[in-house]
Design a protein around this ligand. Structure first.
Ligand code: T68
Length: 801
């Protein structure tokens, strides 16, 4: 949009007056942020209205992305960028004597997600708007987001994330679009005058689903899509005295807090209620919207695509069936045809414990009508497939089995497309996790490698680098990130490589200031900034990184005179509150940090920083400052990874196993520009098949490793006797489930190589440049365009060309 600086400052001052009835100089940064948000919403109002009207008028196919979590990050800067008024507004605020940075930081970072899959969902929302696609998000408006992490005595403590304390300036409450979601009660089929059967519900617990819409602003294109988050409330007509306190709590609890488990299947009934709640509300609103422009269901699947992000929204399948059967009198076959043509599903994990299933009794009690429909899906599936594939295969893949509703199987059976998120992951789905379903439905399976919101991670998070790139190759890459590739023309340009190093230094200084201010640790910005930021999980192997730190520490202590390349090891990671092992690793890292950081003999050579409360905003600070990107999961376990892509685009070199999208990153940037190590996925599966992995052997055969592992239990690291022992036992008594011992030697060798290579600044920066140049291909814009073309069948060709 066009905006004159003087108009903006006038508007802003007026906004402040209208909202707070005080002079500008008497407002806080938070108030300034809220007023600015309000003003932007007003500036953008026409775009938002016209976008929805335009989609309706042109009867475009609508894509609905269902995800139980969205992690959008702060929206102020990205909205300013996408509206093309960032410079005008920041300089206008400066003219008014205000601190733009402070205003940005006053925005609460909505922690409405756990990790990769929810950040992915938010990035895809941005990309859909930026491509001008009719893309809608559908999720939950949690009153409390993911817990705020603090460390006390090195232990993780979880505090509530009260992100809505001062309201959410970006949202619009639309009570007139609310709908009722029914739980529990009894359902029976009543014969109608025309002999058809209609379900009748008795004694249900009705919950009002109220949508809150957030505008998703497209990049420089005037488009604004909608992210719709549902909140659970008491129905307005309900006689409140009729509801017991317990019933009222039950309703309010549904959207009160985000589940903090990123991979385990908790199996709790509240989670199931959350899942049905937003699935049902979303589908109801889609059907209502569809009938604004259509008067029969014939075109439904041509005009609507529903995407299931991981299994949590799988109940959209029986819910759409319910509406078609019970409210529109479709036959089963017609309803099933429409439903499967509409639905598509993305799987994000091969970890068995993350495959959701629900005890049938709980499911049936909570969702009686939905259960009847799932039973019928199951019955028909068995009837149709058993004669062809035999009862063993069918038993293993049916939606109902072992007393459970198996969500992933239901998602595959009820969708026309199933995708993994990196080529290796998709192959493993076919070969292992969903192998039997792949035999039955080979045509459904496809890969869609993840992508990241590169404008947020590069243009916004790393302005110095953006400026440098713009100076060299212009700005076309902002619209078409693959053009970053043209940077390779400068791979031998000494001056450019020098400037790259300077940019990195600036970003390291910025991070160092934060660390000094918040953690009182002084960092040496000449050191290698070695970064591992992701959820804390055994398979992600933060432990292997810990081993390297112990090794470096012991080496410096043994050889005080030896010259070393200084290192700063940086972690950011939350552990699920009930994940005992992960919390022990946190304690060990913090204890190790205390030991190392306070040892005079170590000085500047080695530092360990565990930044508390890692989330999108801290990512924006840490990622641009990284030299090394630790992507060290056990091969086969990380479906894709996305921090690997964010770090790459900011010029970090990957230290990586051949897992998930690491493989594709190495391919894109060239293996000479990354450090790969460790067992391959095939080798890991080889151990599984033979059953002959022996961690003890690796331990016995490597004295250095023995010393490192023993540091967990011999008092080297103070105050970890319980945690150290627990981890020690996981390795030697329980045979090291994630092959840390097997990969140790190769990992350390690559770390040593890094220490040596880092000193050759020019060669290092050349590798860094190769990473930046190759990173464009991992933009969410391309990923979403591939979904649109192959899965959602939304004609779209601009970005693929
Ligand atoms: C992640 N999964 C994958 N799950 O681990 C990661 N799970 O490899 C991949 O890059 C990313 O998805 C995007 O595809 C998750 O993030 C969760 O956060 C999660 C949340 C609730 C329940 C289960």
């Amino acid at each position: 949009m066009k905006l004159k600086e003087s108009d903006f400052t006038t508007d802003f001052v007026n906004e402040i007056k209208a909202m707070y009835a005080v002079d500008l100089k008497d407002t806080s940064a938070l108030e300034q942020f809220i007023a600015l948000g309000q003003l932007l919403k007003r500036y953008n109002a026409d775009n938002w209205t016209n976008t929805s009207k335009g989609y309706r008028k042109n009867d475009l196919k609508q894509v609905y992305y269902f995800s139980i979590e969205f992690l959008p990050g702060r929206l102020l800067q990205s909205n300013l960028l996408n509206l093309d008024i960032l410079d005008t507004v920041s300089s206008g605020l400066k003219k008014l004597g205000l601190n733009y940075e402070k205003i940005c930081q006053a925005e609460p970072d909505p922690g409405l997600g756990n990790g990769g899959l929810d950040r992915l969902a938010a990035g895809y929302m941005d990309a859909m708007a930026s491509l001008g696609m009719a893309g809608n998000g559908n999720g939950i408006r949690y009153r409390y987001g993911l817990f705020k992490q603090v460390f006390m005595n090195g232990y993780q403590v979880e505090l509530p994330d009260d992100w809505l304390r001062n309201g959410n300036v970006w949202e619009v409450r639309r009570e007139n679009r609310a709908c009722v979601v029914r739980f529990g009660g009894h359902v029976w089929l009543q014969e109608q005058a025309d002999k058809t059967l209609r379900p009748v519900y008795d004694y249900t617990d009705d919950v009002l689903a109220v949508p809150y819409d957030i505008g998703m602003v497209g990049y420089h294109n005037g488009v604004t899509n909608t992210l719709r988050l549902w909140s659970a409330e008491l129905p307005p007509s309900a006689d409140h005295t009729y509801y017991s306190q317990k019933q009222r709590d039950n309703i309010n609890d549904i959207t009160k807090v985000l589940y903090p488990d990123d991979s385990s299947d908790e199996g709790r009934s509240l989670r199931l209620r959350q899942e049905y709640f937003f699935s049902s509300a979303g589908i109801q609103s889609i059907v209502r919207h569809y009938f604004l422009e259509h008067n029969n269901l014939k075109q439904f699947a041509q005009k609507v695509a529903v995407h299931i992000n991981d299994t949590h929204p799988t109940l959209v399948i029986p819910e759409l069936m319910r509406i078609l059967l019970d409210e529109y009198d479709c036959s089963w076959d017609v309803a099933w045809q429409i439903t499967t043509a509409t639905m598509s599903y993305t799987n994000h994990t091969i970890m068995q414990e993350a495959l959701e299933s629900w005890p049938i009794d709980m499911f049936k009690g909570l969702l009686p009508r939905i259960y009847q429909i799932v039973e019928e899906i199951d019955r028909r599936y068995r009837n149709e497939k058993t004669p062809i594939f035999g009862s063993k295969v069918v038993d293993n893949t049916a939606p109902l089995g072992n007393g459970q509703v198996r969500m992933a199987y239901l998602a595959v059976i009820g969708s026309h497309s199933v995708n993994g998120v990196a080529p290796l992951h998709t192959e493993l789905l076919k070969k292992d996790v969903l192998a039997d379903l792949y035999r039955i439905y080979p045509e459904k399976f496809n890969n869609k490698t993840n992508g990241i919101a590169d404008r947020r991670w590069l243009e916004l998070a790393n302005r110095p680098l953006t400026k440098l790139i713009d100076q060299r190759i212009g700005m076309n890459w902002h619209d078409n990130p693959k053009q970053l590739q043209t940077l390779t023309a400068f791979e031998n340009d000494t001056e450019f490589l020098h400037q790259l190093a300077e940019v990195k230094l600036t970003n390291k200084q910025r991070l160092a200031e934060y660390v000094k201010e918040n953690m009182n640790i002084t960092l040496n910005t000449d050191a290698i900034f070695d970064v591992q930021i992701k959820r804390l999980h055994a398979y992600k192997r933060q432990l292997l990184h810990v081993f390297e730190i112990i090794r470096e520490y012991q080496d410096i202590k043994d050889n005080p005179q030896k010259s070393v390349t200084p290192r700063v090891h940086i972690f950011g990671a939350k552990a699920a509150p009930s994940y005992h092992y992960a919390k022990s690793v946190i304690k060990v890292i913090n204890a190790l940090a205390d030991l190392v950081n306070n040892d005079q003999a170590i000085g500047d050579k080695l530092k360990v920083v565990f930044v508390p409360n890692y989330g999108v905003s801290l990512g924006e600070l840490i990622i641009p400052a990284a030299d090394v990107s630790e992507q060290i999961s056990t091969a086969s376990k990380e479906a894709s990874g996305t921090s690997n892509m964010k770090l790459m685009t900011n010029g970090a070199l990957s230290l990586a196993t051949l897992d998930g999208a690491n493989i594709d990153i190495v391919k894109a940037a060239g293996s000479e520009n990354e450090y790969t190590f460790g067992l391959t996925s095939d080798e890991v599966y080889g151990y599984y098949h033979r059953g002959d992995y022996q961690a003890q052997k690796f331990f016995d055969g490597n004295q250095e490793l023995q010393r490192v592992v023993n540091a967990l239990i011999d008092g080297t690291i103070p105050e970890i006797s319980t945690e150290g022992r627990e981890i020690y036992n996981s390795l030697l008594q329980y045979n090291d489930e994630y092959f840390v011992m097997a990969d140790y030697e190769d990992y350390v060798a690559k770390q040593k190589q890094i220490s040596s290579d880092f000193n050759d600044v020019k060669t290092w920066q050349k590798k860094s440049l190769a990473n930046i140049a190759a990173s464009g291909t991992f933009s969410a814009d391309y990923a979403v365009a591939r979904y649109a073309e192959d899965i959602w069948q939304v004609p779209f060709d601009r970005i693929l060309k």
